[in-house]
Ligand binder design. Structure first.
Ligand code: NAD
Length: 293
């Protein structure tokens, strides 16, 4: 049993903290939202009055926060000044590569081990404990983090040094954003040309155009019963989250001098979709915008 401080108990952090408590770890939880803390306490965590209080005496700190600015602030103001020597820091938020490397650098300066471990798998994966973790950080820190991450996820991949977890995450989601648009465009073209959606699915799913966006998350109702298209695009993964990740990819591409024209176009299209009032819808709902609706 480890003493774990968990900061950020939202849609993802809440169930992740619950899985750590379920695995008999002593979880001390903090969030700016009292309701989120209360929900975590109900699932076996212990309440802390502040992030600083949560990390005092903790052997492991896990954070699951919205964006880079929150991560920088929480680590600079609360975690690093108050955490015990020898504690391992694990940030699971999806944030910009620069912030991840900046915070890891501050931790290293303070003599603390840290990994970035963003996730894929959504709220369903967080609840079921089947997330994929993409981990960036030194070998020794990864080895220490792995048994903790295994209580929250199924696939734990060491992606390399600090920040590489974030690199893997934004590259993956750039592929996802682009491929969802490509699949959506193809279905709308097929419809206009008189090809039935199920026939289109039957052909493409066993042909060279097949991909995850088609097979697991088909953007039109019918062929994949579990996809959000069958429940009016109620979110699994919101359009706002997809836009956030595409913007992070563009920011990183600009900084690194990488050419990502399709990533840039996908970011523009998702920006249009989000700004048309669809931020909370599932990202696959972009098919309706591409259909002119
Ligand atoms: P969320 O908004 O539901 O939760 C974030 C929580 O952080 C909130 O409860 C908020 O009150 C808390 N918070 C913010 N600032 C804080 C501070 N200074 N101190 C303490 N708590 C603070 O977001 P989420 O859906 O849980 O996502 C968290 C991270 O995981 C994001 O970076 C997101 O991109 C990433 N992610 C989300 C999903 C998903 O499907 N929701 C999937 C993969 C990755």
């Amino acid at each position: 049993m480890a003493k774990i401080a968990f900061i950020g108990l939202g849609n993802m952090g809440g169930p992740m903290a619950a899985n750590l408590a379920k695995a008999q770890h002593h979880v001390t939880a903090f969030d700016l939202s009292d309701a989120a803390v209360a929900a975590a306490v109900e699932k076996g965590a212990h309440k802390a009055a502040s992030a600083a209080e949560a990390v005092k005496g903790a052997e492991i700190v896990v954070t699951m926060l919205p964006a880079g600015k929150h991560v920088r602030e929480v680590y600079e103001k609360d975690v690093l000044p108050n955490v015990s020597k020898g504690a391992l820091l694990i940030d699971c938020s999806t944030i910009d590569v620069d912030s991840a490397r900046h915070v890891a650098g501050l931790a290293a300066k303070a003599g603390l081990e840290m990994v970035d471990g963003p996730v894929s798998g959504g709220v369903g994966g967080a609840t079921a404990g089947t997330l994929t973790f993409m981990v960036g950080g030194p070998d020794a820190a990864f080895a220490k983090a792995r048994p903790i991450l295994e209580k929250m996820g199924k696939n734990i991949v060491h992606a390399g040094g600090s920040g590489n977890g974030q690199v893997a995450k934004i590259c993956n989601n750039m592929i996802l954003g682009v491929s969802m648009i490509a699949v959506s465009e193809a279905f709308m073209l097929a419809k206009r040309l008189g090809l039935d959606a199920q026939k289109m699915f039957d052909v493409v799913s066993t042909s060279s155009g097949s991909c995850w966006s088609l097979i697991n998350y088909c953007p039109v109702p019918g062929p994949v019963p579990a996809s959000p298209a069958n429940r009016d695009y109620q979110a699994g993964f919101t359009a706002a989250m997809m836009l956030k990740d595409l913007m992070l990819a563009q920011q990183a591409a600009n900084a690194a001098g990488a050419s990502t024209p399709l990533g840039a176009e996908a970011a523009q299209l998702f920006s249009l979709f989000v700004n048309s009032g669809q931020a909370a819808k599932d990202f696959s709902g972009i098919v309706k915008m591409l259909d002119g609706k």
